[in-house]
Design a protein around this ligand. Structure first.
Ligand code: MSP
Length: 515
């Protein structure tokens, strides 16, 4: 089945931060999960380069906007490579192909008679790139997100007839699974029930944008342009952007993963724009929560922004990916705590999983060298087989609900059971009597087989660590899929094992103010 997944297209006003890394890691886990399920995945990410915010940032740095965008884009790509993000396409909204697509899309919207010239008066936040509803009596209103003064605007803009789509949007947002999590769905239902208002899709006095055909002094509103990045990135023929059925084979997106602050754009404005252009709306939109740090919102003014590169250098890629997916409830706000980061990673990855593998390989090599004396591994009797089936089922159903935390829990519970099994069976005592050799072989094999399964389940979360586990077990990881790898007894007992070496080093706690 096709599965098209998107991250937001990140503003290039600054280098990537932990919030953008969080969304992208979550999308990567989903993409990897679906590949393991055998889906034909298109994983799309990219950058949102136009608009006043970027134009001003470039000006402050005395750079041409395009040069500025190029510099920041390199930083995004660098970080995604460091985080082993398996994206298939990286969209740049400043590309020529994208602007061609925006023009074609706009023509369709015009053909639907959904555009008119109007006057836009109101308070604008450049940080949000959005007009804000403000109480009439307020003289100098402040943006609640950016804590900066809003700017008054009074200009002629082109408007999109959003109000025309009231009924269709009402119907769409009530569809089960269209908006997740449920709390956010209700938020959008309330918003739409108050009545949709047309919104302006062009700007005057803004050079850094795509020109509106037929209105030379207007450029497209950055959101009208950026949302279309999802379409231009998913086109089959990237070099020749055309809105044809063949080219749109990956459309609609199966899931747009975004932060809760931009849910309205994705769940309301965007589907209406697509309907206007005669295209299908996305299948689903997931609005996740915000990351805070030690209880405080991360922000430059507070000086508590956590640089993902520094965190990576400190804890490593597996630690960072695991912590964000395992500890933070996807959909809810979450707090990054250095102490917890260190404790969780050390406990789960180094102790529970790493030590289990290491000590079992050590015993296996000592007693059986490179061949565990077992003829038919699938006939091995072990309670770990039953446990593996239960935990795999739990893992799967949680993952299908984008509940990474519960999926990760299922892995750890499985590993805990394997540790307990080893401790209860105490093969180091049994082996003292040579009559027990078959029993010990059975136990050691069961635990190593559990480690193999754990390695498979870990792929979406921590692909690098998974690979190290497979290396220890001499497994070729290139052709792993859920269908061919989640059965019991698939580890070849005659395959041999590598010399035991820790798959996950412990992190030493560092006062969080250092990072
Ligand atoms: N450019 C728009 C998106 C256009 S999509 C066609 C944009 N960019 S952004 O860079 O400002 O934000 C991208 C995403 O990062 C948003 O989903 C936002 O919610 C998310 N986050 C920004 N700060 C965040 C945290 N502190 N924590 C989690 N996510 C955060 O909006």
């Amino acid at each position: 089945m096709k599965y098209t997944i998107t991250t937001p297209l990140y503003y290039v006003n600054d280098k990537p931060h932990l919030g953008s890394s969080y969304t992208t890691i979550a999308c990567d886990a989903l993409a990897r999960f679906h590949r393991l399920q055998g889906d034909s995945v298109l994983f799309l990410t990219g950058v949102d380069e136009h608009g006043q915010k970027i134009e001003r940032t470039a000006k402050d740095k005395n750079l041409q906007p395009q040069i500025h965008c190029d510099e920041i884009t390199i930083k995004y790509k660098y970080l995604w490579d460091k985080l082993n993000i398996s994206y298939d396409r990286f969209v740049r909204t400043s590309s020529f192909e994208h602007s061609q697509l925006v023009n074609q899309f706009y023509t369709r919207v015009l053909d639907s008679d959904d555009v008119y010239m109007g006057r836009q008066c109101g308070w604008y936040c450049v940080g949000c790139e959005e007009y804000k509803d403000v109480d009439e009596n307020q003289k100098s209103p402040i943006c609640s997100i950016h804590k900066k003064e809003l700017e008054w605007r009074d200009e002629e803009n082109l408007f999109f007839k959003l109000s025309k789509y009231q009924k269709q949007i009402e119907k769409l947002i009530k569809i089960d699974g269209f908006i997740s999590p449920n709390s956010r769905k209700n938020e959008i239902i309330n918003f739409v029930s108050r009545g949709l208002r047309d919104f302006s899709i062009s700007r005057v006095n803004l050079k850094w944008g795509i020109n509106v055909p037929g209105n030379t002094d207007h450029t497209f509103y950055v959101w009208f342009d950026a949302l279309l990045g999802y379409v231009s990135g998913s086109l089959k023929d990237q070099g020749n952007p055309e809105l044809t059925d063949i080219s749109l084979a990956n459309w609609p997106a199966d899931i747009h993963v975004i932060g809760k602050d931009i849910l309205r754009f994705h769940a309301v404005y965007w589907p209406a724009m697509l309907l206007s252009a005669g295209m299908k709306p996305p299948i689903s939109v997931f609005g996740h929560g915000f990351l805070t740090r030690e209880g405080q919102k991360m922000g430059k003014s507070l000086g508590n922004v956590l640089d993902p590169i520094e965190l990576l250098e400190y804890g490593g890629i597996d630690a960072m990916r695991w912590y964000l997916l395992r500890d933070i409830e996807f959909g809810e706000d979450g707090d990054f705590q250095m102490r917890r980061f260190v404790d969780i990673v050390n406990s789960d990855l180094s102790n529970t999983i790493g030590n289990l593998l290491n000590r079992t390989i050590t015993m296996s090599k000592k007693w059986f060298k490179d061949c565990i004396p077992i003829d038919n591994p699938s006939s091995i009797q072990s309670k770990l087989e039953k446990i593996s089936k239960i935990k795999i089922d739990e893992y799967m159903s949680s993952f299908k609900e984008n509940n990474f935390k519960n999926s990760a829990n299922s892995i750890i519970e499985f590993a805990n059971c394997a540790n307990l099994y080893l401790n209860e069976r105490a093969p180091w005592k049994l082996i003292k009597d040579s009559n027990n050799i078959d029993i010990v072989a059975n136990d050691i094999y069961s635990v190593l087989e559990s480690c193999r399964l754990i390695g498979v389940l870990l792929i979406p979360f921590v692909p690098d660590l998974s690979n190290r586990i497979f290396n220890q077990l001499n497994i070729d990881s290139s052709s792993i899929s859920f269908v061919n790898s989640l059965g019991w007894g698939l580890l070849n007992p005659h395959n041999g094992l590598q010399d035991p070496s820790p798959v996950m080093d412990k992190i030493e706690y560092k006062d969080s103010s250092i990072l």
